[in-house]
Design a protein around this ligand. Structure first.
Ligand code: BT5
Length: 274
């Protein structure tokens, strides 16, 4: 009896057969267990790994979120993936590119889920992937050598695929979800990864070719934060409440405060208020 695709371990040959990308995933490292796929990809970058190198792992022992937060990474169930980018636009466009990569990755991940499962995740600014108000996945982008000829960005994507509700730790059970929970059946990680890589590659190419406006429009349509009452948790424990109005050209979130003044938020955690 053959194992259904959804339960098969990740396999480099199967993944490469499913790819329709130009460079993303053409150099591919499929690992059983790593501390963090982002850290592993950064090490490969130092050893001259090519643009588009992908690291995927069955489990992470030290999976990371932003600001040193922990990413729950149980074995054999989910997608933990990092993509190494070496393409950089001209110097004056680099800040824009770096601020848009996490948003582009969140768009690509939500679109990949939609094409492989027909679920339609939204994106919570700036890079949380949600179904309803539960977190399906997150993005961690880390750059190095910016401003030099050897600049790299590692785009890390974590998506909960086949983990069951009872398998989440207590602190995540009510705030996180997985594709299997939402779809009611297990999902094929190989097909999802192949879709993710092509969605990410085409958007990165499009952005770098100057189609910034198209990505901004697509992001606005996907972003469930727009129009919501929000609380922004800023650095140093500061908070700001307001209504999220739009995404600006630089990827920041425009918030209208109660006194009608506006603020463009470049980084911070957003809470959707009811
Ligand atoms: C993120 O951080 O959402 C970025 C997560 C990126 C993970 C990927 S996996 C592959 C690559 N390698 C890595 O080491 N990391 C990347 P942040 O916005 O800071 O959210 C972190 C918060 O999400 C935690 O504090 C928890 O509240 C919650 N969380 C942790 N694990 C989760 C999970 N599996 N599903 C949903 N929420 C989770």
């Amino acid at each position: 009896m053959t194992t259904p695709a959804a339960f098969q371990p990740l396999n480099a040959q199967h993944i490469q057969r499913a790819l329709s990308t130009k460079s993303f995933g053409r150099t591919l490292h499929v690992l059983e267990k790593v501390p963090s796929t982002n850290t592993h990809a950064a090490t490969l970058a130092q050893d001259n790994a090519p643009h588009g190198t992908v690291v995927v792992a069955e489990s992470q022992t030290a999976g990371r979120g932003r600001l040193g937060r922990h990413w729950h990474s149980p074995s054999g169930k989910n997608l933990y993936c990092s993509v190494l980018l070496r393409t950089m636009p001209a110097r004056e466009r680099q800040p824009l590119w770096l601020s848009w990569i996490p948003l582009i990755a969140a768009l690509a991940a939500s679109r990949a889920v939609q094409v492989t499962t027909s679920l339609k995740p939204s994106v919570k600014w700036l890079n949380d992937i949600l179904i309803g108000d539960r977190k399906l996945g997150g993005i961690l982008c880390e750059s190095s050598g910016v401003g030099t000829a050897h600049a790299t960005v590692v785009v890390g994507i974590g998506l909960n695929v086949n983990v069951r509700r009872d398998e989440f730790p207590d602190e995540l059970r009510e705030i996180a979800t997985s594709l299997a929970i939402e779809a009611g059946h297990p999902c094929d990680r190989t097909a999802l990864l192949a879709a993710l890589l092509v969605e990410l590659e085409t958007r990165c190419e499009s952005f770098l070719a100057g189609n910034h406006g198209d990505i901004l429009k697509e992001y606005m349509l996907r972003c469930s934060t727009i129009g919501q009452r929000v609380r922004i948790e800023l650095a140093h424990g500061e908070q700001m409440d307001g209504t999220a109005e739009s995404i600006q050209a630089d990827g920041s979130l425009r918030v209208i405060r109660g006194d009608r003044t506006t603020a463009d938020i470049r980084t911070g955690d957003v809470i959707h208020l009811r």
